[in-house]
Structures are given as structure tokens and as C-alpha cells.
Write a protein that binds this ligand. Sequence first.
Ligand SMILES: NC(=O)c1ccc[n+]([C@@H]2O[C@H](COP(=O)([O-])OP(=O)(O)OC[C@H]3O[C@@H](n4cnc5c(N)ncnc54)[C@H](OP(=O)(O)O)[C@@H]3O)[C@@H](O)[C@H]2O)c1
Length: 291
Amino acid sequence: MREQEVSVIGLGPMGRAMARASLGKGYRVTVWNRTAGKADELVAAGADRAATVHDALAASQLVVLSLTDNDAVYTVLEPATEALPGRVLVNLGSDTPESARRAARWASGHGARYLTGGVQASPPDIGQPGFSTFYSGPKEAFDAHREALEVLTGTDYRGEDPGLAAVYYQVGMDLFWTTVLGWLHALALADAHGVPAEEVLPSASSMLAGMPDFLAFYTRRIDAGEYPGDLEKLAMGVASVDHVLETSRGAGVDTSLPSAVLEVFRRGMAAGRADDSATSLVEVLKKPAAA
Ligand SMILES: NC(=O)c1ccc[n+]([C@@H]2O[C@H](COP(=O)([O-])OP(=O)(O)OC[C@H]3O[C@@H](n4cnc5c(N)ncnc54)[C@H](OP(=O)(O)O)[C@@H]3O)[C@@H](O)[C@H]2O)c1
């Protein structure tokens, strides 16, 4: 019966969605949140309200943590460490790989097993098909609770190192936020010319829809360390980014993003890569910029 129980600590939009999904699948769900009122709707739907963090830990072997970051995890769990032995903590909050490894050591020192998770979904997607979460940490703990975790999203177990799921998650977030910011800058530029976002949508969508082929083609070359300028050259890319920067300046919009992009392209040029593909910039980006 124990595998039918889950405690959820942290009831922001994500934790609430996870508790709801588990309730919907018939799990006995115990919830705790710093701001207790956020549990009301879940309690009305059948969840047990833990009066203390200790009670939430004691209620289930599987404990899902959905807090802002690992500082919040320590703040919440430190006063209740005597309830940690035997628990499996599944931390689905965002933090760095090193912080995940530290948290796993901390949990282990208190007798708990620890899985890191990186959720690739937003709250309305929880419990819906087609979404996935990276996991890493002890495989036997993951296997023991896979079924309960798959109530939330699909699972993608990456390995024993508790930092790995955070690596995959942060790599995804790196791509996501820089892409979103690029899109928002493009919309600001369009707006400065009287073009609404709606009018940009078809061409923006079409460009992004072509990305899987672009990535697949260049990924093979990048892993082989090959950057031939047979299809495009960095020197062409520099001119193109410079035009974006000048168009932005002329429109009176913020130029910090294209300026930063141009600076990276120029470092590639200075490294002698003018005739290589612009994807050779990955070699520039592997090192910190000189101060
Ligand atoms: N929302 C998303 O789309 C999404 C997607 C993927 C991953 N995630 C990750 O999932 C995690 C939770 O997301 P969320 O949107 O639910 O985040 P959130 O709105 O930041 O909610 C976080 C929870 O952390 C609690 N908390 C924060 N600091 C605390 C502290 N010092 N002591 C005690 N409790 C504290 C909050 O309690 P109170 O209610 O008392 O403030 C709340 O329950 C985050 O790490 C986020 O990066 C979110």
C-alpha cells in the first residue's frame, strides 16, 4: 500500500498541479505549504493537510518537493530532519547541478534517498500525456517510485549522478530562455515598425519549425568538431548580426541583446574562424570570455 501514498511539499502552481494529478489517480496525498491556505482547494478535493513538515514527511515514503530552489528546501526540511530516515525525496524544483549533488549528500547524511528531477512541463501539462521530466539519482529509488512519478509526467532517467537531471534541465532552460528572449526582441523590433506580434507569428513559427532539421544537421558536425564553411561562413553571420543591431538602433529599441550576440561573433572572427561555419562559435562559448 505504501507506493499509493505521496506527500507534496510546496504548493506553488506546480506543486498544486502535481498534488491534483496524484489525487486524480487515487493516491493518498498529503500536502504541506508554508502559506497554509494554498492547500485548501486540495484538502477539499481529498488531500490530507499535514500540520507540520514533520507530519508530511512521516505520512509517505515518497516525498515530492516543489519549492522555488534548494535554499527553500533546506529552510523547510532542516527543522524536521528526524523524519527523514527511509524517505525518498524527489526534488522537482530548479537549482544547479552542484547544488543538487550537495542536497543529495545532505539527504543521504540524514538517512533519506534523493532523486533530482527537471520538469519539462508547465502546471496545466501535469498529468497530461506528451510531457517528460528528467530524473537522476539512485536507480532503485527511481524504479521503486516510477509509477507514482509517471502520474505527473513521463519519466526520462538519466543516471545515478544526482546532478545529471539538473544538467539536462538547465541545458534546456538555457535554450528556452535565450530563444524566448530572441523572439521578444524580434517582436519589439517589429512593433517599432508598426508590425504587431500576430503578423510575425507565421514567419517566426516557420523559422522555428525548421530548427529540428537544422539542429540534426549541425549536431553531427559539432560532435565531430568539424565546422566547414561550405554552407555559410561566420563572416557572413557577422554582417547579418550587424544589420540586426543597426536596424534595432535605428528603430530605437533596446540593443543589448544583438550587441551581445555580435560580440560573440566578433570573438569568433578574432579567433580566425571567419571562413568556418557560425556553429564554430560553440568553441568560443566553451570558454569564459576574457575579462
Ligand atoms: N511553474 C512552472 O511552469 C515550472 C515549470 C518547470 C519547473 N518549475 C520549477 O518547479 C518549482 C516550483 O514551481 P512553482 O511555479 O510552483 O514555484 P513558486 O511559485 O515559486 O512556488 C514555490 C513554492 O516554494 C515555497 N517557498 C519558496 N521559498 C520558501 C521558503 N523560503 N520557505 C518555505 N517555502 C518556500 C512557496 O511557498 P509559499 O506558497 O508559502 O510562498 C511555494 O509553495 C520551481 O523550482 C520551478 O523552477 C516550474
